[in-house]
Design a protein. Structure first.
Length: 191
C-alpha cells in the first residue's frame, strides 16, 4: 500500500466516523508531537561517550603531571593538567577532592619527540612527527581490579618544510586532547 493510498484510507475512516479534516489534522499533529517528545526523552538517556562509572564513585584526585623528559613547551605540563581535570569535570559528576578520593590519577609526561617520517628519494624526511607520551597510574579505591599503570601516547605529523617551533602551538593541544580522551575512555568508559 502506498503512502497516498494509506492517507486516503485513514481520511475515509475518519470521515465515516464523522471526523472532519481539521480534527484529522490535529490528531496527526498530536501524534507527531508525542513522538517527537518521546524521542527527545530517549536521547537524554543515552550517551555516545560510553562513560560507565559506578554511581558510588563521587570524587577524584588528579595529581599534577610533571615533565620528566627534556623538550617541549614550558607550559606543556600545565596545559595537560588543566585539560585532564576539565574533561573529567565536564563529562562526569565526579568532584575534585584531595582527601580520601574514590579515584586517583598520577604520572608524568615521559616523552616529547620529533622524528622524521616518510623518507623521500633525496634521503630527507617528507614528514616529521611530533609524539607525546604520558605515563598514568590510575587507582580505583573502590575496585582494585580497575587499577592500571600505563603509557598513553599520540602524535601529529607535519611537513618537513615547516619547523617544529612554527607548528608546535597548533600540534601539541591536539595531541593532548586525544591523550586525555584515551585516558578518559580507559578509566571511565567501556571502550
Amino acid at each position: 500500500m502506498t503512502l497516498k493510498k494509506s492517507k486516503s484510507v485513514l481520511r475515509e475512516n475518519f470521515q465515516s466516523q464523522g471526523i472532519g479534516k481539521r480534527t484529522f489534522f490535529l490528531k496527526c499533529m498530536g501524534s507527531f508531537f508525542l513522538l517527537a517528545v518521546f524521542s527527545l526523552l530517549l536521547t537524554g538517556c543515552y550517551t555516545f561517550r560510553g562513560a560507565s562509572l559506578d554511581p558510588n564513585l563521587k570524587t577524584i584526585y588528579i595529581q599534577n603531571f610533571a615533565m620528566v623528559t627534556a623538550g617541549g613547551p614550558s607550559n606543556l605540563s600545565l596545559t595537560f593538567n588543566e585539560k585532564l581535570k576539565e574533561y573529567y569535570q565536564r563529562n562526569t559528576s565526579l568532584k575534585i577532592a584531595t582527601i580520601n578520593p574514590d579515584l586517583q590519577m598520577e604520572g608524568g609526561i615521559t616523552g616529547y619527540e620529533m622524528t622524521p617520517q616518510a623518507p623521500t628519494s633525496s634521503d630527507k624526511a617528507g614528514l616529521n612527527r611530533l609524539t607525546i607520551r604520558i605515563q598514568v597510574k590510575f587507582t580505583n579505591n573502590k575496585d582494585e581490579a580497575k587499577n592500571f599503570d600505563q603509557e598513553f601516547s599520540f602524535y601529529q605529523d607535519f611537513p618537513q618544510n615547516q619547523t617544529l617551533s612554527s607548528v608546535e602551538g597548533q600540534l601539541y593541544p591536539k595531541i593532548l586532547d586525544q591523550i586525555v580522551l584515551d585516558i578518559f575512555n580507559k578509566t571511565a568508559g567501556d571502550w
